[in-house]
Design a protein around this ligand. Structure first.
Ligand SMILES: [Cu+2]
Length: 125
């Protein structure tokens, strides 16, 4: 009986370990390569898809479907966007859209500076 309990505890422990290591694995981006136009929705204080993979020269349009204003700013100034990127809170209120065409390959992380956990990444290549 004691041995059985030990086995059950061990199995539970392993399951818990598996679960935690799974959640720490980086999420795969949504692959939309080959499309010339791609949309990202800002809703419930989150960008969807949060992680995006596109081909060069793809036009990405963000739409604010929330009842509050957001902004879009590059997280890093080291990424070579190739053109001024981002939109201010005054231009990205409820229902507003913002478009940017990614010509350069690379990783382009961005965020809403009002809601710090509202982040996204566009991978081009
Ligand atoms: Cu926001």
């Amino acid at each position: 009986m004691t041995r059985l309990a030990l086995v059950v505890l061990l199995a539970l422990g392993l399951a818990a370990c598996g679960g935690s290591s799974k959640s720490s694995t980086p999420q795969a981006p949504v692959d939309m390569r080959g499309k010339s136009v791609v949309e990202i929705v800002a809703q419930n204080n989150a960008f969807t898809p949060k992680l995006l993979l596109i081909s060069p020269d793809t036009k990405v349009t963000w739409t604010n479907k929330d009842a509050v204003a957001h902004d879009i700013k590059a997280t890093t100034n080291t990424a070579n966007f190739g053109a001024p990127f981002g939109v201010g809170v005054g231009q990205f209120g409820p229902g507003a859209t913002y478009s940017f065409t990614f010509n350069n390959a690379g990783q382009f992380p961005y965020l809403c500076t009002i809601h710090g956990l509202m982040t996204g990444n566009v991978q081009v290549g």
